[in-house]
Design a protein around this ligand. Structure first.
Ligand SMILES: [Mg+2]
Length: 250
């Protein structure tokens, strides 16, 4: 079965294998609609609401990482800012409604990206070692993995859920499993959380950009890393890039 070089391949989950950002965008739009009902007459625009919530959410991610409560709380925090600005008393019922709205982001059915199952199956059958490395709340993320049906490709001790995805957390994964710096791949949609830390640690990195990326995921990849950096438009291109390996890296 195994006639290819065995590689360690680390996959991101959200917006690489399963859809995530689309659910946040949908709930954010619902939030803006609700806020316009409460504050629209005071002259607040959808753009202002969208931007303020985004800023609060990003600040919370920077500070506390990708916890489950962060996003729902960012809706309430943005609501409170507008209440203060327009001298409208905060209302516990409205805040509860916003929190509930925020948590619905975790309740949508899990939708796979095209070819997610096939390419994992293919790489798995080729004898490569697959890792899941995802940011967020462990209960939410592992439940999502199970519901996705992709859990069978990742041995339980090769599933990593961390509040921050940075160089230190990726190094921990690599150290624990003896992934050599020049013997592994990272596949993900986030330049900031997946690609840059992987390149800094000597891995090959395959970026799959999203059409509507989250503001948090942006990063500039220094030229020095470009020989190990690949970009593809779809998951199904990943196996060919890996089988071409490092040859093209020079
Ligand atoms: Mg992702």
């Amino acid at each position: 079965m195994i006639n290819v070089e065995r590689e360690h391949i680390i996959f991101d989950l959200d917006d690489t294998l399963v859809h995530c950002n689309v659910h946040f965008l949908r709930v954010r739009r619902q939030f803006v609609d609700q806020m316009l009902r409460w504050f629209g007459r005071a002259g607040v625009t959808a753009r202002e609401i969208w931007r303020l919530q985004a800023r609060i959410d990003l600040e919370q991610v920077e500070r506390d990482g990708l916890g489950k409560d962060r996003f729902p709380q960012s809706l309430v925090a943005a609501y409170r800012v507008f209440c203060g600005k327009f001298r409208r008393p905060t209302d516990a019922e409205e805040e509860r409604a916003l929190l509930s709205l925020g948590y619905t982001v975790y309740e949508y059915p899990v939708t796979l990206y095209p070819h997610a199952r096939e390419i994992l199956e293919h790489l798995h059958n080729q004898g490569h070692v697959l890792y899941l490395y995802t940011g967020g709340d462990p209960d939410v993320q592992l439940d999502k993995l199970t519901r996705s049906g992709l859990d069978r490709f990742f041995a339980p001790d090769r599933r990593f859920v961390t509040p921050f995805k940075d160089r230190a957390h990726l190094r921990h994964l690599m150290d624990r499993h003896g992934v050599p710096p020049f013997g592994g791949w990272m596949v993900g949609n986030s330049l900031r959380s997946d690609i840059l830390p992987a390149l800094e640690l000597g891995l090959m990195a395959i970026h799959i950009p999203e059409s509507q990326p989250w503001e948090f995921d942006h990063a500039v990849i220094p030229d020095v890393y470009h020989p190990r950096f690949r970009s593809v438009s779809e998951l199904r291109e990943v196996p060919a890039v890996i089988s071409r390996g490092r040859v093209a890296a020079g």
